[in-house]
Design a binder for this molecule. Structure first.
Ligand SMILES: C[S@@+](CC[C@H](N)C(=O)[O-])C[C@H]1O[C@@H](n2cnc3c(N)ncnc32)[C@H](O)[C@@H]1O
Length: 266
């Protein structure tokens, strides 16, 4: 009978993980991996399905990347913004090639890790909070399935329009995403549930799990090349190429979007 008064609202508020905490746990796991500690990080989907993240992959040298990534990065030009740079494997590769590369990431731990690994220009920023005052860019890079980080379709449209404000004429966006898993038994029920609820088929609700802790739920949008072409057309971009050679499983591809080219090919 004794004890603190029960207030369900306060209890919930105390329990809700902070916004961004899933990616902060992800960053902590990457840092631990980089320090040589055992680290096992999982993303959990809101139907309970969990998948383990390959942390070592975020530190791989370009020679170990799937060929599609090297093909896509060869299409980068001019001044580059790496959006959601993580520990900076792509920024480091392009920096070594002499490009002027700026990395942004909402996680202060990821920014610190990228800096200590040698990325010269890294700032806290995100898809929702694009940097002002860093100038304009010829290429935007969104690798590691980052293209859909804005979340649902309206937020994705807003983000692509916002990007236009810091884009130089004829700017290019190189973005990795995945075709929603209609054909994969494991994913079919989830995609079907989305469609029945009137949600985009590739809208995933996820959270990170590390060391017994769960972060906040966030949305990640997967799109088909056709959906991406429409999104691009609506926001001042053109999907000019889809890079999807062997070495990328699960319907992964990299979309190449050019600004105002008038040459949509998809
Ligand atoms: C899957 S990792 C990819 C890292 C890097 N691009 C790569 O391929 O190695 C996703 C990164 O995006 C960052 N991120 C999460 N939410 C973001 C957002 N809203 N805007 C920009 N970056 C975000 C995470 O902190 C994390 O570093």
């Amino acid at each position: 009978m004794y004890g603190p008064p029960r207030c369900p609202v306060l209890r919930m508020a105390r329990k809700a993980p902070a916004p961004g905490s899933s990616f902060e746990l992800f960053a902590q796991a990457m840092l631990d991996h980089w320090l040589g500690k055992r680290a096992r990080f999982e993303f959990e989907r809101d139907d309970g399905r969990r998948g383990r993240s390959n942390l070592a992959g975020y530190f791989e040298d370009a020679r170990e990347w799937p060929r599609v990534e090297r093909t896509a990065l060869a299409l980068a030009r001019g001044r580059i913004l790496d959006v959601g740079c993580g520990p900076g494997r792509h920024a480091l590769y392009l920096q070594r090639k002499g490009f002027d590369v700026v990395g942004i990431d909402p996680s202060s731990t990821q920014c610190a890790l990228a800096r200590v690994r040698g990325v010269g220009q890294v700032f806290e920023g995100s898809v929702q909070r694009l940097p002002r005052g860093l100038g304009t860019f010829d290429t935007f890079l969104m690798m590691g399935n980052n293209l859909g980080l804005a979340g649902d379709l309206p937020r994705m449209r807003r983000f692509l329009r916002d990007l236009g404000r810091i884009a130089r004429p004829r700017a290019r966006l190189i973005g990795h995403t995945r075709i929603p898993g209609w054909w994969v038994e494991d994913h079919f029920a989830y995609v079907k549930r989305n469609v029945l609820r009137g949600r985009p088929s590739g809208l995933l609700r996820l959270r990170g799990r590390y060391k017994g802790r769960a972060g906040d739920w966030f949305d990640l949008l997967l799109v088909t090349p056709e959906e991406l072409a429409t999104l691009a057309r609506d926001t001042g971009w053109d999907l000019v190429r889809v890079v999807a050679e062997d070495g990328y499983p699960n319907g992964d591809y990299i979309g190449i979007l050019d600004r105002g080219s008038g040459k949509a090919s998809v």
